[in-house]
Write a protein that binds this ligand. Structure first.
Ligand code: HPA
Length: 270
């Protein structure tokens, strides 16, 4: 693993990925932020040594390096999901590479369903805490102690200083920003009505199929991380309509400009 990280990092450095300060992971349907980046270099995931290869066709699957908000950033356009068959270690490998490239902060986004019915689709939720329902951990492997502490503390997995800044930016820009608990499930199937009821009872405000593995690894690396969910549908078990993934992607795109404002303004302050 250490050698694999080193190889991927060296490869990217040779292609101009010089000392990025911030890493960004863009979730499903969230690609417009790239238009704001002044791009210096980009590489398809399938060209990067030891990277998992991109499969979900609506993800462009590229690592991008450039400037945003006056900082050098490295952006993952599209991420890897456990539901595609990747292991938790595969899914989080890019986080380890971004850290090795030198990023000091990680910003993560995802598309999620609203479990808290006070939250509406098209709004954004700042993730304050999470519940891992994926049945796995990206730290459960032999030799993890060579990369950091095995029993990683998650008493405050989302950086409080970053979150405070994001909340301030939201209020200054009149962006509705909820704060809550994100539950990660394996997917790829969406939830049943009984599962939505269960998620509400256990304290989730939003549900999605990503983010938690990357956040666990960021904590393993002591890399401050913040994450936002773009709410794409309302998961009301008593009035549940079939959701379709095309709608989810479309909704994500509609809400994305606010997410872009939050991230761009935050990066200026880092
Ligand atoms: N579940 C329900 N709704 C969603 C999800 C999910 O995992 N992701 C985006 N909308």
């Amino acid at each position: 693993m250490v050698r694999n990280i080193h190889e991927a990092t060296e490869f990217l450095q040779k292609r101009g990925f010089e000392k990025p300060e911030v890493g960004i992971i863009l979730g499903t349907g969230l690609g417009q932020l790239i238009d704001k980046v002044s791009i210096d270099a980009e590489v398809s995931y399938n060209h990067i040594p030891n990277f998992p290869t991109a499969t979900v066709e609506f993800h462009k699957g590229k690592l991008i390096y450039g400037s945003l908000g006056g900082k050098k950033v490295v952006v993952m356009q599209g991420r890897f999901h456990l539901y595609e068959g990747y292991t938790p270690r595969d899914v989080t490998f890019p986080v380890r590479v971004m850290h090795k490239l030198g990023v000091k902060h990680l910003l993560v986004s995802n598309a999620a369903g609203a479990i808290n019915l006070n939250f509406k689709k098209g709004e954004i939720m700042l993730i304050d805490d999470h519940i891992n329902l994926q049945g796995s951990s990206p730290l459960a492997f032999l030799g993890v102690e060579h990369l950091g502490e095995r029993f990683v503390d998650l008493s405050a997995p989302y950086d409080t200083d970053l979150n405070r800044k994001i909340e301030k930016i939201a209020s200054e820009n009149k962006i509705t920003l909820h704060k809550g608990v994100y539950a990660s499930v394996l997917g790829p199937q969406l939830e049943t009505r009984a599962e939505y009821r269960y998620l509400k009872i256990i304290g989730a405000d939003a549900v999605g199929m990503s983010t938690v593995p990357e956040v666990i690894v960021a904590n393993h690396l002591k890399l401050p991380v913040a994450a936002v969910s773009v709410l794409t549908d309302e998961c009301d078990p008593d009035h549940l309509k079939p959701v379709n993934i095309a709608d989810i992607i479309k909704q994500a795109g509609i809400a994305e400009p606010n997410m872009i404002t939050l991230f761009t303004e935050l990066i200026k302050q880092l």
